[in-house]
Design a protein around this ligand. Structure first.
Ligand code: NAG
Ligand code: NAG
Ligand code: NAG
Ligand code: NAG
Ligand code: FE2
Length: 822
């Protein structure tokens, strides 16, 4: 007696569901799945186990693969197959994790391999053709046909599906990817028809869009879509609900009740007392979305019709600490976008913009602006002591300002100078806000410099100056740090790996958990979030130029600089130092993102090293591994093909070390980097005045009615300037969803399936990795309670937990899932 099959099926079928059979003598005699008609689990209720019996001769080799035919009329999810008692071999495991559709959907029987890893040329002879054939199937037949639900094809496309020129000229967007003007990482191909032609602005290369109600049906290779309804499906559903149903309701609500917040107390009410929902809101909305989803987004009370959002951490302990300069500065080191601050190497700050086009864009900040706050030191002295830092949002924004400011948004390019103080904290010294010159770009910018003030109208001006910086930083955070530098750049790795690396390949097994759900969530993002007129354009300042701006900044993206140590050195936040623990020394010792990040980075690196060295004992093995080389080549030539090879923007796959560096960097980006910039969204930005995303008016000038108003009613002017109410309510719901961990999250250092590989040493190394992460958790806890490390906690009392490896369910502000999924 052998075997036990674990099946996970969608609906009750009746008779025999699958018949396993061999097509060659290598794979034993066919077996049938019995007892199918007992209890068939529904999609949401869980998994079922079934017995299946194979005949196996003593003298046959260990089974290396099995084939499946689904003779039933609907698909099922096959999770694992375990052969309990193979004569001469004992227990044999197959990790499948795949949807199996009825045979008519496939040209070949579905094949599943055992959990033993093989390099391509070490593959047992009888498995080779299956290994090859399976990769060919995943690469697809290269026709233009529209891909269907059951397809498993991984192929590439440009971002040509964001605009909707069929709907309106205004809804057209440039194709991102495939040009030097708009370079971009590739996305997964869906093969939908092009937009209808006939309209001049229409780009025939633009893919038609799915209607909103169909969003959940957007194609991704079948097994990229989760087997159950949690994780990204849940997220997709939530996003769709927000756009389709909540936005119109919230719009009606904000039009009819209030269009501006009058005071900060009004804003606190969203989280405390709650706000009154219109008559019948709950009834109307729960006809369309699950009550459960609504409750996750908004705590609603049926009887009183009052709703509220959960209170973000930034205002949980102290409602006003977000206004303090110390907190403003601390969030650059330990907030939701801690990846942008850099060392200032020359004063005044300079610009790299083309002088011919943009004039003199060097900073207008003078020594007299900052010297009064240098504790008696001279600018040269603090510069030399590496104590001046900058949050520079000048060059990247300037070329876009004129176009952006023509719309409702009123934005400045900004430079914020900060001083590292004796106690290890940062203090802002000056903020420069710049606009293009009214008479033309080549005249350089018009700039104003603001310096810290706490009282009177100067205090209000300074608070606004910080808000303009935060607006700039929020946009860059969402578009670049989050979307481009994690979600978008990861997708080509996933596509190329599935096309070129067999599931039998050890590197596929290593990276697989870090691929999970990214294609799925990115596909939904194209439908709902980053599309023309989508949530992103509505909530970040570059508006309809958002994605275009991210394409321009992709020009600066370099893979090997995504390695944390390289990134810190590049920003001047660390210097190389072979005596230091991680080979670099931080210039701000208490830089929580970097301190915790380096620990995680090193743990990942040690794990990857142990793992890779088990399979590759010399560099030749890396060079001769055809699948590995094809993967890397395709990634560079196609997936990230807009980065020309001559740019030397990433390493060659020539050695074990290169392989280790590449895998470590990829895992870091997909897991920890993404967690650091994703899960802090609600804790910090769920309270919009702390991280406004839009600004609608310029800074009031002295001797104007606006300035007088600022003097009379500073809160009202502040709130009239930043993100308006509807976008606030919408933005909060959105980041709430994105910041939430589902109950079945699997974290870094954990595996859902303990039998993911058969090889003992890698399993041991993985255990070591898990233990290391537990140690790191303990260390982070200790540091967070150490009062000497002032940047870990700050005036608002929000400890830095974003790189804390595990988490509970919900809006916790911590936890590192192993992939870029939310
Ligand atoms: C709220 O009212 C709706 C419609 O009357 C009802 O279906 C729902 O169960 C109620 N929810 C709660 C929490 O009472
Ligand atoms: C900007 O400053 C740098 C460094 O001082 C200088 O070399 C450059 O000429 C300045 N640019 C302009 C346009 O003045
Ligand atoms: C983490 O990896 C496991 C497989 O090892 C996978 O099942 C799980 O879904 C992954 N979690 C996330 C959040 O991607
Ligand atoms: C809104 C915004 O982010 N504008 C600029 C802010 O700074 C970044 C980084 O320099 C620029 O890339 C943006 O263009
Ligand atoms: Fe994300």
């Amino acid at each position: 007696m052998i075997s036990l099959a674990t099946l996970f099926a969608e609906n009750n079928g009746g008779e025999k569901l699958i018949e396993e059979r061999s097509s060659t003598e290598n794979i034993g005699t066919p077996a049938k799945l019995e007892d199918w008609n007992t209890t068939i689990a529904s999609l949401t209720t869980g998994e079922s186990s079934y017995k299946v019996t194979f005949k196996w001769d003593e003298d046959m080799e260990a089974p290396g693969a099995f084939l499946v035919q689904n003779k039933h009329h609907s698909e099922f999810y096959l999770k694992t197959l375990t052969l309990d008692d193979v004569p001469g071999h004992g227990k044999v495991h197959f990790v499948c994790n795949s949807w199996v559709y009825p045979t008519k959907r496939y040209t070949k029987d579905r094949v599943f391999f055992t959990n033993k890893a093989y390099l391509p040329d070490e593959t047992p002879e009888f498995l080779r053709s299956y290994r090859q054939e399976e990769l060919e199937i995943l690469r697809g037949d290269e026709t233009d046909r529209m891909l269907e639900e059951w397809d498993r094809v991984y192929d590439y496309a440009f971002y040509n599906d964001l605009g909707d020129p069929d709907k309106d000229v205004d809804d057209a967007r440039p194709v991102l990817g495939g040009s030097s003007e708009y370079p971009y990482p590739r996305r997964g191909r869906t093969g939908r028809l092009p937009t209808k032609s006939g309209n001049d602005v229409l780009d025939p290369n633009t893919e038609s869009r799915l209607p909103l109600v169909m969003s959940l049906n957007i194609y991704v290779p079948r097994d990229e879509r989760f087997g159950h309804l949690k994780l990204s499906d849940f997220l997709a559903y939530g996003l769709k609900s927000i756009v389709q149903f909540l936005v119109p309701e919230l719009k009606a609500l904000s039009d009819s009740t209030f269009d501006e917040f009058d005071s900060f107390e009004d804003v606190y009410k969203i989280y405390e007392g709650g706000f009154k929902l219109p008559q019948g809101f709950v009834e109307r909305i729960t006809k369309k979305i699950h009550l459960e989803m609504l409750k996750i987004l908004l705590e609603t009370d049926n009887n009183t019709g009052v709703a509220r959002y959960p209170k973000p951490q930034i205002i949980q302990k102290d409602k006003y600490a977000w206004k303090e300069d110390a907190e403003f500065a601390r969030e650059m080191l330990a907030g939701v976008n801690p990846v942008k601050i850099s060392l200032l190497k020359e004063f005044p700050p300079t610009s790299k913009l083309d002088v011919q086009v943009y004039g003199n864009q060097n900073s207008s900040i003078q020594r007299h602006h900052i010297e009064q706050n240098l504790n008696g030191l001279k600018v040269e002295e603090v510069l030399k002591a590496n104590r001046l830092f900058i949050l520079d949002h000048h060059d990247s924004l300037m070329p876009y300002l004129r176009r952006i400011n023509e719309g409702v948004n009123k934005i400045y390019a900004s430079r914020t100078l900060l001083l590292l103080q004796e106690d290890g904290t940062l203090m802002p010294l000056a903020i420069e806000l710049s606009l293009p010159h009214p008479e033309g770009d080549n005249f350089g910018p018009t700039s104003n410099v603001y310096t810290p003030a706490q009282e009177g109208v100067e205090g209000s001006v300074w608070l606004l100056a910080k808000a303009y910086v935060a607006v700039n930083d929020s946009g860059i955070h969402q578009l670049i740090s989050h979307w481009l530098n994690t979600h978008a750049v990861v997708e080509p790795f996933v596509i190329a790996a599935n096309r070129q690396l067999s599931v039998l390949h050890p590197i596929y097994k290593l990276l697989y958990p870090h691929f999970r759900d990214t294609m799925n969530i990115n596909a939904f993002a194209r439908q709902i979030l980053i599309n023309g007129g989508g949530i992103l354009e509505k909530t970040v300042f570059p508006g309809k130029y958002s994605m275009e701006l991210s394409s321009v900044l992709y020009k600066d993206w370099v893979f090997h600089e995504q390695a944390l140590p390289a990134d810190l050195v590049k920003r001047g936040m660390a210097v190389e130092d072979s005596n230091s623990h991680h080979g670099i020394r931080l210039l701000i010792e208490d830089y929580p993102y970097a301190v915790d990040g380096l620990e995680i980075w090193s743990a990942i690196k040690a794990w990857v090293e142990d793992y890779c060295k088990f399979y590759y004992t010399n560099d030749d093995m890396v060079q001769n591994d055809v699948e590995l080389q094809s993967w890397w080549k395709e990634l560079r030539d196609v997936g990230h093909g807009d980065k020309k090879p001559t740019e030397l923007w990433w390493s060659e796959m020539y050695s074990c070390q290169a392989l280790i560096d590449i895998c470590t960097t990829f895992i870091w980006v997909a897991s920890a980097l993404h967690a650091a910039v994703n899960y802090g969204q609600y804790p910090y930005a769920g309270f919009l005045p702390n991280r406004p995303t839009l600004s609608r008016r310029f800074m009031p000038e002295p001797n104007t009615p606006e300035y007088d108003e600022l003097e009379q009613n500073p809160d009202k002017v502040f709130l009239k300037t930043i993100t308006p109410q509807l976008q606030t309510l919408l933005g909060i719901a959105l980041i709430e969803l994105l910041s939430r961990h589902p109950s079945d999250e699997v974290y870094l250092g954990q595996r859902e399936c303990p039998e993911w590989t058969l090889d003992a040493e890698p399993l041991k190394a993985f255990e070591k990795f898990g233990n290391k992460l537990k140690e790191i958790e303990e260390r982070i806890k200790k540091m967070n309670s150490d009062k000497r490390m002032k940047n870990r906690d700050g005036p608002a009392n929000v400890p830095y937990t974003l790189l804390y490896p595990t988490s509970d369910e919900g809006l916790t502000g911590k936890g590192i899932p192993n992939s870029t999924a939310m």
